[in-house]
Design a protein around this ligand. Structure first.
Ligand SMILES: Cc1ncc(COP(=O)(O)O)c(C=O)c1O
Length: 332
């Protein structure tokens, strides 16, 4: 099948760019130095490619991602880098045929993990992003409580999300180093082998982590595209021009229900201007001759939420659809 024959809007992954991204990252961070974050692609087909490159440990954001990875036979070492209190879901995770490590940052999450039969945890430390994680000085005492509750503490994790997208590389490096000082001081108190942190934006700048949790590098988006990283845009949303106005704009069938918009509007291959994005429409302010029925390629501003809107991603090479990978890790 040709890509132009796909029903739109359709998620399209350029096989060449994907292969390039996976290769470049695997050469930079070998084997267990990279713990790919699956939340960026939510796709076991893509995760299998990462595993084939030697990355057998994965980061997950939701219990559903952990369960899906386990069901796909990718459960060698799954880190749920997120707090979970729900006893039913924790029970399910504890019973998977997989090695599951869960992030904890409070007495309540330690107690919930221990009660559900989870065996291994990481202490999640807040290193500057206003999100989950205990204060660095609380990490040691919390690890003692976790061990007293029968849990094995593998180390610490933190997410320096306030640094990873900074356009200035030097500032990104400096801010990453200060965030990592906090995580490393927590690690001295906690012990264990793992210091898990990092992302696509600072995969080569984060010196303190034993493993990097990068996810977006595989598919990329316009936000990371601005950072001069060595990764190529692999993800596009293919759309059809469904209407052209005499006033000089065209409308594609790809709205904000097919595009993550929290990092701003998407861009278009071919340099057309995005004028307006509404639920099911992308209005393109254009003086160029777009015709009803033309296909356009939209580059998402944020890969993670874009992928989560779609049921499958089509792997394409030279305009030919090679494969359709289900986005099978969606949901919570
Ligand atoms: C816990 C955690 N680790 C790592 C990342 C980095 O992912 P990416 O490489 O897609 O920026 C994220 C992204 O939000 C995250 O939440």
């Amino acid at each position: 099948m040709r890509a132009e024959e796909l029903a739109t809007p359709a998620l399209v992954v350029e096989a060449g760019a994907l292969g390039h991204n996976l290769r470049v990252m695997s050469e930079a961070l070998r084997g267990p130095r990279l713990r790919p974050h699956v939340k960026a692609h939510k796709c076991t087909g893509l995760a299998s490619r990462q595993a084939a490159n030697g990355h057998l440990g994965f980061t997950c954001a939701t219990p559903r991602e952990v369960e899906g990875m386990s069901a796909a036979g990718l459960g060698e070492d799954l880190l749920l880098a997120n707090e979970v209190l729900d006893p039913a879901r924790l029970h399910r995770l504890a019973r998977l045929d997989a090695r599951v490590t869960v992030a904890v940052d409070s007495d309540a999450t330690v107690a919930a993990a221990a009660r559900a039969g989870i065996e291994e945890v990481l202490i999640d430390v807040n290193i500057g992003l206003p999100r989950c994680g205990c204060r660095p000085e609380e990490a040691g005492p919390l690890s003692e409580k976790a061990r007293a509750a029968g849990l094995s503490v593998r180390g610490v994790m933190g997410y320096e999300g306030h640094c990873v997208g900074l356009p200035d590389r030097e500032l990104r490096a400096e801010m990453t180093a200060s965030a990592m000082e906090l995580l490393e001081s927590a690690h001295r108190d906690v012990g264990g082998d793992i210091v898990s942190a990092g992302a696509t934006g600072n995969y080569d700048l984060n010196r303190g982590a034993t493993e990097i949790q990068a996810g977006s590098y595989a598919l990329m988006d316009t936000a990371y595209g601005k950072l001069a990283l060595p990764f190529q845009q692999a993800l596009f949303v293919l759309a059809t021009i469904i209407s052209v106005s005499a006033s000089g704009y065209a409308v594609a069938d790809c709205g904000l229900k097919a595009l993550g918009m929290d990092h701003g509007p998407p861009e278009l291959v071919g340099g057309h201007d995005v004028y307006l994005v509404s639920d099911e429409h992308l209005t393109i302010g254009t003086v160029s001759p777009l015709q009803v029925g033309d296909r356009v390629r939209v580059i998402p501003a944020h890969v993670d939420p874009t992928v989560a809107y779609h049921e499958r991603m089509h792997v394409v090479q030279d305009g030919e659809v090679l494969d359709a990978w289900p986005v099978d890790l969606r949901g919570w």
